[in-house]
Write a protein that binds this ligand. Structure first.
Ligand code: BDP
Length: 692
């Protein structure tokens, strides 16, 4: 057939292009912008939040339906005697009812926020193939504080951010309320996120000055109708830096008075301010230990300042001290476990998912289950600092699920039941995710990274949800319901995190990345000032074997787990192979479940990881015609980058391990492309997310 030419052809091409163009801005919320005229979405009780809920629904519901958005307080709704009690503050129900004699789809909660969540649940139901007419949905969040942590700096950079500069334009705030702030809040509300910490945990005191409080207040005003509260990271030494005091000792009455006045000032500007997040005595941050006071002293002093206003303190357990020779994996537990029971009732201790630092795989943190008197917040890293930055496709749902479903060894308790408070009946519960959001047009640096934001929100709402169905509902909302595309996306996603584990260091290895910027491999690094900054500290490879002995003969970190778990991890035979080298130093010839030696198995993992990425590329090629060109192409390009970098990780790591163990590669295995010296010589500057 003759190719179309002339202006008609060009127009047709242009129109086809526009029809399919998609830059990812709409995330998983892809409802058409125009309202079908004949849908009636009524509201009972007039609040900004209910109006937003109604607007969401009017854009998507089929014509001819009668829909009512309301709260349980409305007398007409109350008369229906629906089961509102179990919904708590934020739960919702959606169901067909008869109101004023008319068949009506009711979307309601005890609060207007509940109704808003109900509206988004209905949207999700429709976008995943459900129909509106008889929709019957209900859910109550299991976790109270579902909070993003932005590691955003006041100069617009984002620590470990790979999606462009900070979403917050601090310079033009509070005057300019960029419409993106609304879109951000809407996206969060759609997955149930109800809080956001605006600034980096490595905090500047400036965030607490009147100028910046006004800026945070402007954001809080935008977020409020979407049910989202604003929090700030607080620099512990602010009373010295801003208040001119000689000390920040939490036991000093002047210090406590300074924080109280500061909290009062913040609450005057932001009446529903959530509270403070604090990184203290960790990686150079100031804290109560500088004065011989405990973390509880510090947290409780701040908690007293926000308490009259209903605020809370999120106090991080991510501590390790440069003077402490103890195994880094043990230090948080050693420091915090004895403090159980001494925190004020509006303090939550925020614990990373594993005991070291957001590695591609870590066993669950031993603090979960070990501090029954203290609400523990789960902290996940959504931004992929250690999983290939924005360019690698790594769906984190399986990582979240693996940690949350882990059994702590205390009866039936799981990490999820600690986090959602069901174990100890805590009033306050929380889950925090280090955001992967920036000013990139697609928010998260790639389409598939959006799934990690999405999965975090869904699992924060209900930590017992599973990664696979979440991937599926995300893919349906993001790409449409074409079965082939959805199946392909889900298949790619589900093994993608394991592939990163495989090509960066499987079998329990961790912390093998290059220094500072953390881009690429650096298992050979041994010359950094502090021992626990060096990868060699973590893998302890030598001619005979590899791995960190965390049993009795080593650091005895296993003893921090409850007895049944400790017992399992204490013996290499009962330790899951995926965690083997985390807990044990074993010989290269150790026989593995596969029948191969450890060395052969490790090599096989590297190859499996690289192969998986190649497979993802082929799978993605297969849906080229079904996905809009822009998102398809960017994903395809990044998969090519990922394959190149996966190979780099594999080759560099194998070259290094061979230099240590003096072994050859098993027969048929491809040798590294370069010698070890070449890999060691690679150096990078201006890497995103890090400042030299
Ligand atoms: C590490 C990051 C560092 C953060 C730190 C933290 O490399 O940038 O400041 O976590 O969580 O993984 O405080």
């Amino acid at each position: 057939m003759k190719a179309r030419s002339g202006w008609l052809g060009a127009l047709a091409l242009l129109m086809a292009g526009t029809a399919h163009a998609d830059d990812g801005y709409r995330l998983w919320l892809r409802a058409p912008a125009a309202a079908p005229a004949a849908t009636t979405v009524a509201i009972r009780g007039d609040t900004a939040t209910l109006r937003l809920a109604a607007a969401e629904l009017s854009r998507v519901l089929p014509a001819g339906m009668t829909v009512m958005v309301a709260t349980a307080a409305d007398p007409g709704v109350a008369a229906l005697r629906l089961p509102f009690a179990p919904l708590g503050d934020e739960g919702y129900l959606v169901r067909p009812v008869t109101l004023d004699g008319r068949p009506t789809l009711l979307v309601a909660g005890n609060s207007d926020r509940g109704a808003l969540y109900g509206a988004f649940a209905l949207l999700r139901h429709l976008a995943t193939g459900g129909t509106a007419a008889k929709a019957t949905l209900t859910s109550t969040p299991k976790v109270k504080l579902r909070v993003l942590n932005h590691w955003d700096n006041l100069d617009g950079t984002v620590e470990r951010g790979y999606a462009g500069v900070s979403l917050w334009d601090w310079w033009t705030l509070p005057d300019l309320k960029d419409p993106r702030y609304t879109d951000y809040a809407r996206a969060n509300a759609s997955i149930g996120i109800n809080g956001t910490v605006l600034n980096n945990v490595n905090a500047k005191a400036d965030s607490l000055t009147p100028r910046y409080i006004a800026k945070a207040a402007a954001l809080a005003d935008v977020f409020r109708p979407w049910g989202i509260k604003v929090y700030l990271s607080a620099r512990f030494s602010a009373p010295i830096e801003l208040g001119g005091l000689k000390t920040a000792d939490p036991r000093d009455p002047q210090v406590a008075a300074w924080w109280k006045a500061k909290a009062d000032e913040i609450y005057r500007a932001i009446p529903d301010f959530g509270g403070f997040l604090v990184k203290a005595n960790s990686e150079g941050q100031p804290g109560p230990r500088d004065y011989g006071a405990s973390h509880a002293d510090g947290a409780n002093m701040l908690a007293a300042a926000v308490k009259p206003h209903g605020g809370i303190v999120l106090w991080r357990a991510f501590v390790y001290a440069e003077t402490d020779p103890e195994d880094r994996a043990k230090q948080a537990y050693t420091e915090f476990k004895p403090l159980d029971g001494s925190f004020a009732d509006n303090v939550l201790v925020q614990v990373k998912n594993g005991a070291i630092d957001f590695q591609p795989r870590e066993p669950f943190h031993p603090l979960f289950g070990a501090m029954p008197k203290t609400p523990l917040v789960m902290e996940f890293q959504i931004t992929k600092e250690y999983l290939g930055f924005a360019t690698h496709l790594a769906y984190l749902g399986p990582l979240f699920e693996e940690v949350l479903s882990a059994k702590t060894g205390r009866g039936d308790e799981t990490v999820a039941s600690v986090v959602d408070g069901s174990s100890e009946r805590h009033r306050l519960t929380g889950m925090a995710g280090v955001a992967n959001i920036g000013r990139d047009r697609d928010w998260s640096g790639s389409t598939f990274n959006q799934a990690n934001w999405y999965a975090f929100g869904r699992m924060a709402w209900d930590p017992t949800l599973k990664a696979e169905p979440i991937a599926r509902e995300w893919a349906q909302q993001t790409f449409g319901t074409d079965r082939r595309v959805v199946d392909t996306a889900v298949a790619m996603m589900m093994g993608s995190r394991e592939a990163v584990v495989d090509y960066t260091g499987a079998l329990g290895l961790a912390h093998l990345m290059a220094t500072g910027h953390h881009y690429g491999p650096g298992p050979w690094v041994a010359d950094l000032k502090r021992p626990e900054w060096n990868p060699v500290y973590y893998h302890k490879a030598d001619r005979a074997g590899i791995g960190f002995d965390r049993t009795k003969t080593g650091s005895d970190a296993v003893a921090q787990y409850a007895p049944p778990v400790a017992k399992r991890f204490a013996d290499p035979k009962t330790t899951p192979e995926r965690d083997l080298l985390w807990f044990h130093h074993v010989g290269w010839d150790r026989k593995m479940a596969s029948g191969r030696t450890l060395w052969e198995d490790l090599v096989a993992h590297y190859d499996r990881g690289v192969t998986y990425v190649g497979d993802m590329r082929r799978q993605w090629d297969g849906v080229r015609a079904q996905v809009d060109a822009e998102r398809w192409q960017k994903t395809a390009t990044y998969l090519a980058v990922q394959e190149r970098e996966a190979r780099w990780w594999r080759d560099a790591s194998l070259a290094y391990w061979m230099s240590v163990n003096g072994r050859a590669l098993p027969a048929g295995v491809a040798p590294p492309a370069h010698d070890l010296a070449w890999y060691k010589a690679q150096s990078f500057r201006y890497v995103p997310g890090h400042h030299d």
